[in-house]
Design a protein around this ligand. Sequence first.
Ligand SMILES: [Fe+2]
Length: 396
Amino acid sequence: MLGYEGVSKKEFEAFCEKILQSGYVLWQKNEIGVNLFRTYRQNEKELCLAFYPKLSGGTMHVFADAHEGTVIIPEAEQYEKVREATLYNISFDYSQKSIPDGYGMSYVIALEDGRYIVMDGGYNKSSGSYAYERLYRCLSENNQHPSGKIVIAAWFMSHPHGDHYGAFETFTDVYGEDVTIECFVANPYSYKMNTEGEWFTTKLPTILNRWSIPLIKPHTGQILTFCNTELEVVFTHENLYPDKNFGANNASTVIRLRQNGHTALFSADACAAASKMMVKLYGEELKSEIFQVNHHGHSGGTWEFYDTVTFEDSYVLWTCPEEFFYYRTLGYYVDGKSIVDKSILQPNRDLALKVGFERNFYAEGVVESFTFPENGAITVSAERDITLDPATQPQP
Ligand SMILES: [Fe+2]
């Protein structure tokens, strides 16, 4: 990656023109607010450009990738619609989990042609049960693929932490022969830069090789299209360069899902540096009807970020158990114990109250589904039975 500061829009456009003159073809063009993104191709080469006019007097990023293994998915494929696009909020078994451990993140998006997108997948083993089994159950119970087979159009991995990648390893081990995984989407970084990235650079290639799964490495601004579902990359670790000490959570790839005009933002475990950067780059542009709270509600989400990316009636997904949902929004366990750090609690509480408590969803118990109809609002399979009303609870 090359980064340039003090670049004007005119200079960016002149650079784009030069790329075209040198024989590259424009493959994809995107804009998020004032930010401009272009992807060009020539033979086996791909050039991806990002221009952020509000950053350091105009910042341009240039990525040069080999074509094979890093391509973005071709757009507008023809397909037969067999179902409504649906997002499933996978639940975990947290019965023996301790607080300092992670909480797992796993979402499934069913596409209109019956294929799936899996996001992260969760732990290998989560307490008494296995996340990969829960994931498989959701995929098989809801499978409407015409072939009868489970077909995963893309397995997206946000960052290399075990509560996000653990299930992938075991899932492929156990179900690799029965399930088709058409590609794996991640933007890994060198673990020489950050040891937490080791899984991406050591284990992942072995698994992908074994099952012949191509790796798609998207950059910020690129859109991956599956049927009419778009995954728009809005943040990667590359947005924090030249800083290299950001930690694996801040290296989360953040994506926005767009489906029939509806939007869902998955911040994964993005922490403060990533949140701040996204607010700076995009402001209100990231407002989404569904928002997955940063880092399981544990840390990293600021009120500025939460308020910027949500509407008054957004649905909020907390990738944590019921108990911690209360703990992190109200400040104590359901049994009345303990208080959480106020600097984290206040934004969480304010977010939960902003959207109304019944629109908050934790990741335990029933698996809720959200459908994205062509006309009308997102529909939810079940309203959450939130038993505590924060308005009646003592202020933290
Ligand atoms: Fe996590």
